[in-house]
Design a protein around this ligand. Structure first.
Ligand SMILES: [Zn+2]
Length: 259
């Protein structure tokens, strides 16, 4: 098993130990979205074993007739190494791919700024092994949030989503693939997970009031599917997960924290 099809034209091509064990243990969920004349990838994994993610993308493309020489868009939800470490590898493997992230994350990843992405703290806490080598220093263009990125006949709305990390973005895909109705699919990175869990860590760029505002915005999207950066996914009726987190913030508390 190298990939899992989650929705029409949306495939899970990487996932680590806090997910489905498709690829390296440190990897976040990595998603491939098919367009008719282009393609997009959400997050890049840790870079520990990018070859497995590259192979998975190639196998889905071969099976689906997706031409990877068409322009591709790599969208990073944020700069943390499990999401951005594979950026350089993916750009090298796919010459037509262009990478984007929130402004702060784009700057940190482009410079390989390990303090900016909190890898120093991640290694000190043991979340990353001491010998983990970050491979992400790679050209990443900034997005502010509010843009709509079109690719291959599909479009993704970029949503500024600070709180877990500065420069965090969520991405909303309006899924008009053949089938009953259309769906609003949210790629939420580490902002919000199923069952309303969030990720608050003692890092330099965590921001609880901003996090609460972000959940208010996401709650207003009335999403159908939630495809986060780790753990389980929700393929329909997913707005309830967002509501749990928003309600906790509204009550003056904080939502349950994912490890
Ligand atoms: Zn993170």
């Amino acid at each position: 098993m190298s990939a899992i099809t989650l929705r029409p034209g949306v495939h899970l091509v990487g996932s680590g130990a806090a997910g489905f064990d498709l690829s390296d243990a440190l990897d976040c969920h990595v998603y491939l979205i098919e367009g008719t004349t282009g393609w997009a990838v959400i997050d890049a994994g840790s870079g520990n074993d990018s070859a497995r993610i590259v192979a998975s993308i190639r196998s889905v493309a071969a099976a689906r007739g997706l031409d990877l020489t068409q322009p591709g868009t790599l969208l990073l939800t944020h700069g943390h190494a499990d999401h951005s470490g594979g950026t350089a590898d993916l750009l090298a493997a796919f010459p037509t791919l262009t990478a984007y992230a929130g402004a702060a994350a784009a700057e940190w990843v482009s410079r390989g700024d390990l303090q900016g992405i909190s890898l120093d703290r991640g290694k000190a806490s043991g979340a990353y092994p001491a010998d983990y080598a970050y491979g992400g220093a790679a050209p990443v263009l900034p997005l502010a949030g509010g843009e709509t990125r079109g690719f291959g006949g599909r479009s993704i709305r970029v949503i500024a989503a600070p709180g877990h990390a500065r420069g965090h973005l969520c991405f909303l895909l309006q899924d008009n693939a053949p089938g009953p109705g259309s769906a609003r699919i949210l790629f939420s990175g580490d902002c919000v997970f199923t069952r309303g869990r969030i990720s608050l860590q003692n890092l330099h760029d965590v921001d609880i009031p901003a996090y609460a505002n972000t959940l208010a915005v996401l709650d207003g999207l009335n999403i159908d599917a939630l495809l986060p950066g780790h753990y389980s996914v929700s393929l329909s009726n997913a707005a309830r997960h967002i509501r749990i987190a928003h309600d906790a913030f509204q009550a003056g508390s904080v939502p349950p924290n994912a490890p």
